[in-house]
Design a protein around this ligand. Structure first.
Ligand SMILES: Cc1cc2nc3c(=O)[nH]c(=O)nc-3n(C[C@H](O)[C@H](O)[C@H](O)COP(=O)(O)OP(=O)(O)OC[C@H]3O[C@@H](n4cnc5c(N)ncnc54)[C@H](O)[C@@H]3O)c2cc1C
Length: 561
């Protein structure tokens, strides 16, 4: 006698891109019998939104490469019921059903679910400013947004990009590639706001090198959109006259549906979830840009609107639903590991930055080290700069930022792994990483950062991150004179004694006054600091050298301890 088939589970997914698609596919692999329905408001599913800027700039040639899957292929491959141009407009939690509107026909129907996943993502922020509704002021989230920007850019000679975060920088690069005259406006005093400011200087230089006009510390106040030109008004009173505008000032979670359904939301409107991505209603899961999750370092609730977390969270929700109870590992938390390319420079970060640690009042120590992406004697070595932050109590790594012309991704990923594994600065010093001259160095920059951090912890050196404005402090430049003449430090009273002469000439310095040693990259200054310290000087060293940290706009105070 054939057994009576069990009723199959009805799993509805709202949103069919990163988190939604990442849940649907493993769900099917775990349960052939479930009824899996993906409802997507837009015309496309499972498209690569991270690739949108690169089609605009022509690096990705085929639009189709960004949207490989269609409802038909997903039906064939995974037996998914994918409904595009369809929106979930209400959730009836008591009856476990969603109201679905077919946007093409304007018809509504109710669909029952056993379990629901909300993966609605986020929407670009459009502040209510004068002139904002002009259709030439564009944002980038979907393939259709991309098409609109492509048409606008084709007709434009000048493009203003508002917001110098990840997407703003990618757009600046790609539109410059197209030969557009690009102005990039940022309200803060730095590009890439998540990073510490000094780590962004190389990117600013790279933008200038490629003739991107960069306006910092000036916020947008509105647009004057009469006539063919658009005038972007800035807080300083300055006006940018342009043909087209791309707004990239961040995203907000698309959680009106969740809010109307009475699900618990965080302070900034993100959906609250537990470690298995369940919302305050255990029959409703949520994942992706719409949720707030735990920070891996601080265990506080944070929003991390990035592709990697969205994909892993979607998969975890499916695992929790379809794998045996108790067999699924909880979400470990997010680090916010991210990377961006700006022409030839890449910048990445993972974990906490100095400004975030300082704002949170958390104890930390930091060093910045310079090196090359592979052995400097091997052709093609490219400079790389790494800033490391750690907990002075435990030695645990809290965060890192890496910027450079090569090998940034590898170092950021190594340190992201180190933070996840709760490794310490001593572990970084000891990490055995792959080495051959064309790939790395016998002491990789990650090891160097570990050495420098341990030296700091052990009191061998006291790093400072800028030159003091105190005339009582002697600033000692230990570079060879030709370098000093070619690249003088714009700081009063700098004494030059090259490292090679320091043992015979330190008597020229006043032992009663503190000394800050300076060199190009930080290493020679450390060697000099060790010579002076062992000769009775109270000595500090400029971490990361002039190349990394010299910033006359923010002179540092010497630490008092
Ligand atoms: C231009 C660009 C570049 C990016 N580059 C990177 C990168 O390099 N690295 C990185 O880590 N991240 C990047 N991101 C971020 C990354 O794309 C997002 O973090 C990720 O897509 C979030 O996934 P999600 O599923 O939460 O949201 P989305 O991928 O946005 O998908 C949400 C979908 O839900 C649909 N939806 C919303 N509400 C409803 C409803 N009520 N009914 C039906 N459908 C609904 C929306 O139409 C949308 O298609 C980039 C984003 C953009 C826009």
């Amino acid at each position: 006698m054939p057994s009576t088939p069990e009723p199959s589970l009805r799993f509805i997914i709202v949103g069919g891109v990163a988190a939604g698609a990442s849940a649907a596919a493993p769900a099917r692999r775990l349960d052939e019998r479930a009824t899996i329905t993906v409802i997507e408001r837009g015309p496309d599913v499972s498209f690569a939104n991270c690739g949108l800027p690169y089609f605009l700039g022509g690096e990705i040639k085929q639009r189709d490469a960004l949207a490989i899957q269609t409802p038909q292929t997903l039906k064939t491959l995974l037996n998914l019921d994918v409904r595009t141009n369809t929106e979930v407009v209400a959730i009836d939690r008591a009856a476990k059903r969603v109201e679905v509107r077919n946007l093409a026909y304007g018809t509504n129907e109710w669909m029952p679910y056993d379990l629901l996943l909300l993966a609605p993502g986020a929407v670009p922020i459009r502040p209510r400013l004068p002139g904002i509704d002009d259709p030439r002021i564009l944002t980038l989230r979907s393939l259709q947004d991309m098409d609109r920007i492509k048409v606008a850019a084709a007709a434009a000679q000048r493009v203003a990009i508002i917001g110098a975060g990840f997407i703003g920088l990618e757009m600046a690069e790609q539109l410059t590639r197209l030969g557009k005259s690009v102005t990039l406006v940022e309200q803060l005093d730095q590009v890439l706001p998540p990073l510490d400011r000094l780590m962004t200087r190389l990117i600013e230089d790279e933008l200038h090198r490629h003739k991107v006009e960069l306006i910092l510390s000036d916020g947008l106040t509105g647009f004057e959109t009469t006539g063919a030109e658009i005038r972007c008004r800035l807080a300083s009173g300055r006006e940018i006259v342009t043909d087209s505008v791309v707004l990239s000032i961040g995203v907000r979670p698309d959680t009106a549906l969740a809010k109307a359904a009475g699900l618990s939301l965080g302070a900034r409107g993100h959906i609250r979830v537990n470690e298995f991505m369940q919302t305050s209603d255990p029959a409703i899961y949520a994942a992706g840009d719409a949720v707030e999750i735990e920070d891996l370092v601080s265990h506080e609730a944070v929003a991390v609107p990035l592709g990697g977390p969205a994909n892993r969270q979607g998969r975890l929700a499916a695992d929790h639903i379809f794998r045996p109870a108790g067999s699924v590992r909880a979400y470990p938390g997010s680090l916010g590991t991210a990377i961006v390319r700006v022409f030839d420079v890449a910048a990445g970060l993972t974990g906490w930055t100095e400004k975030r640690l300082r704002a949170a009042g958390r104890a930390y120590r930091t060093v910045t080290v310079n090196d090359n992406d592979h052995a400097s004697y091997f052709p093609g070595a490219k400079p790389i700069l790494l800033k490391l932050l750690w907990d002075p109590g435990t030695g645990r790594v809290l965060g890192a930022q890496v910027v450079g012309l090569g090998g940034v991704d590898k170092r950021i990923d190594v340190i992201a792994t180190a933070i996840t594994g709760e490794l310490t600065i001593d572990d970084l010093a000891e990490l055995e990483l792959a080495y051959a001259p064309s790939f790395g160095a016998a002491k990789d920059i990650v090891n160097l950062a570990g050495f420098a951090a341990c030296n700091t912890r052990d009191g061998l050196v006291i790093p400072v991150d800028a030159l003091p404005d105190n005339p009582a402090v002697q600033v000692l430049d230990v570079r060879p004179p030709p370098l000093v003449q070619a690249y003088p430090i714009p700081h009063a009273g700098v004494i030059n004694i090259p490292l090679a002469q320091l043992r015979s000439r330190w008597g020229e310095l006043d032992r009663a006054r503190p000394v800050v040693t300076v060199c190009a990259l930080g290493k020679t200054a450390y060697f000099a600091a060790r010579i002076l310290a062992q000769n009775g000087f109270h000595v500090y060293s400029l971490t990361g050298g002039i190349r990394a940290h010299f910033d006359p706009r923010s002179p540092a105070k010497l630490p008092t301890t």
